[in-house]
Design a protein around this ligand. Sequence first.
Ligand SMILES: Nc1ncnc2c1ncn2[C@@H]1O[C@H](COP(=O)(O)OP(=O)(O)OP(=O)(O)O)[C@@H](O)[C@H]1O
Ligand SMILES: [Mg+2]
Length: 257
Amino acid sequence: MIEVRQLGKVYGQTERYLALADVNLHVAAGEFVCLLGPSGCGKSTLLHLVAGFETPTTGQVLADGRPVRGPGRDRVMLFQDAGAALLPWQTVAENIGFALRARGIARQEWAERTDRALADVDLLAHRGKFPSQLSGGMRQRLQIARALAVEPKVLLMDEPFGALDAITRRRMHVVLLDIWQRTRQTILFVTHDIAEALILADRICIMSVGPGSAISHDIVVGIDRPRDLADPAFAIKAREIEAELMPDLAPAMPRSA
Ligand SMILES: Nc1ncnc2c1ncn2[C@@H]1O[C@H](COP(=O)(O)OP(=O)(O)OP(=O)(O)O)[C@@H](O)[C@H]1O
Ligand SMILES: [Mg+2]
């Protein structure tokens, strides 16, 4: 579904910064892949390239076998900063309706899709408010609802739950997994939270520190769903990933067999 080949990205004209160098990634249709890595390693950059908001310096991105040349209806991006993506002059419900229209969804489906998505993120009671009347977490949930309502083939999610409180975040994990299991969308999900990646993903791709960041490890989670945080398999995987992310700390942590 998504094929990233020898992708490189340099930012800037005079002050050049090599954000990504030689990133290779394959995400199969219906797969849930988490990108995990430290701040500034290039996770958002990679997502923007897959979304078509940035152009590669080298290499290419394919979506469903076709080269990505810009944003497309098949891919929806959830931005790290929710405020940037919402229309301030439209209500909560209108923001979703706008996205549905832009994606060519039939008008008779708008009301049902909007209400279902708002219910999923617990915003139904706020459907008539404007984004400025919402809290930061509510704005983020609105952005999530908008992406869910569209049900694109590919969901590109950039730390979508980072700004949410812990309880809401856990609820959103359940909601997202439910929807994913129903729709079988392809999801590329950025996080820097190991536990979140382990709860959600089929595979976890770890990115190395920049400049010239690439995917350094590709780990299959392989724990049955629904996943239980108390499952010992969970702790073993978490430690394995921690050791990859923070090799300097590895001697201090007993490594599991
Ligand atoms: N538009 C830009 N112009 C110049 N440099 C940029 C631009 N966007 C990102 N960068 C640089 O590219 C690198 C990767 O940034 P990116 O936003 O992809 O990181 P990230 O992994 O998403 O970090 P975080 O976890 O903090 O969101 C950083 O060093 C950043 O300074
Ligand atoms: Mg980012």
